[in-house]
Design a protein around this ligand. Structure first.
Ligand code: SF4
Length: 354
């Protein structure tokens, strides 16, 4: 058995449910969006104790928001008396992106596999905090591929939560879970929402004074074309991809030139980020005598690569002339080599831009 939760839920559901009849504790997957908030509300309204679980990753567009919103989310859920825990998606998640059993969405988003991944982790977490069940804010047919009836069934089965995963917002359109059958959850107080409209959710948020707290944050970089292209490239060229490595993909202009990766900062913040990320075998570069970006070069670095990276660096600098000097080196405090190059022509950029 992998954990107490599995043990209890699999082998002695009846005993557990009898013992917990008065005080079930639900662990809810919360994204910071409206649906998960309302799923929590629906359960709180029938006096279920609710604990929140939020998964963080570099793919979350709300990274910045969540920085405040570790507090923000807590504040957000405080009104409902819900404590929120945070877990990271780890490096193993990258294998799921690379090779999802149930395929990708429009870009590189492996939504069905992603849900299964977080539910498996949530299940382990539920056992640690002794939660009795897991619920989500999923709504049937809200997303064509990952939230249709078939997908919801697959997610439930593959995460080994068959009959035990509650979706309070669409529950009336789904088979009753074990929790409802046993009377731990009052099915009549659950909802039967279907589709993309958030009308009912907004009504409830308004009615219970949560509308101002609703943070329309949410969003996943894997669904974005440009980021997906960088990510594909990263997975292709990296023998040991890590979440730490993914962070670089969010900053700067990225170019793949032969076997090397060239990243060019777009502002001071990104320049500093590139400086902080530089590994021992990587090269830094900047235009000499004029203001311009920091360039980081990774991978196979030969004369040809240095030359091309220098041309790019000059292209994005303040240099007025088409020809100029660029300095580079492995030691950020002492870029002691130099090369004079011509700026890359605009029409060549798109061939290498990720
Ligand atoms: S959009 Fe991103 S975070 Fe959301 S389910 Fe899909 S892969 Fe996971």
């Amino acid at each position: 058995m992998d954990n107490d939760f599995k043990e209890t839920m699999n082998s002695s559901d009846q005993i557990l449910l009898d013992a917990k009849k008065n005080a079930p504790v639900g662990l809810g997957l919360i994204s910071g969006g409206l649906d998960s908030l309302i799923a929590c509300l629906v359960l709180k309204l029938q006096n279920i104790e609710v604990i929140g679980l939020n998964f963080k990753s570099p793919f979350c567009i709300c990274d910045k928001a969540y920085k405040n919103a570790e507090c923000g989310l807590n504040l957000f859920y405080d009104k409902l008396g819900i404590k929120t825990h945070f877990l990271q998606k780890e490096d193993d998640y990258l294998q799921i992106i690379k090779n999802p059993k149930f395929g990708h969405g429009k870009n590189l988003n492996p939504c069905i596999d992603c849900r299964i991944y977080i539910l498996k982790k949530a299940k382990l977490f539920a056992s640690k905090i002794k939660a009795d069940f897991i619920f989500t804010g999923e709504v049937i047919d809200q997303r064509p591929k990952s939230q249709n009836l078939k997908a919801l069934r697959i997610i439930e089965e593959e995460s080994d939560l068959k009959g035990k995963l509650l979706r309070p917002l669409s529950a009336l359109l789904l088979k009753p879970t074990l929790l409802e059958k046993e009377g731990l959850i009052d099915r009549s107080k659950l909802l039967g929402i279907k589709g993309r409209s958030r009308k009912r959710q907004l009504e409830l948020a308004r009615k219970h004074g949560l509308l101002n707290d609703y943070n329309a944050c949410g969003g996943c970089l894997l669904t974005e074309k440009e980021f997906a292209s960088r990510m594909r490239d990263y997975l292709k060229y990296s023998s040991n991809p890590t979440m730490e490595g993914v962070k670089l993909l969010k900053h700067g202009r990225h170019f793949r030139y032969n076997g090397s990766k060239i990243v060019i900062g777009r502002n001071e913040l990104e320049n500093n980020f590139l400086l902080s990320l530089k590994g021992p075998d990587e090269v830094l570069m900047e235009a000499s005598d004029v203001k311009g970006p920091i360039t980081l070069i990774q991978g196979v670095i030969d004369e040809d690569v240095i030359n091309f990276a220098a041309r790019l660096t000059l292209r994005y600098s303040d240099a007025i002339n088409s020809k100029g000097k660029v300095i580079y080196g492995k030691n950020s405090n002492d870029l002691n080599e130099e090369v004079t190059v011509e700026k890359v022509k605009q029409e060549l950029l798109s061939s290498y831009l990720l």
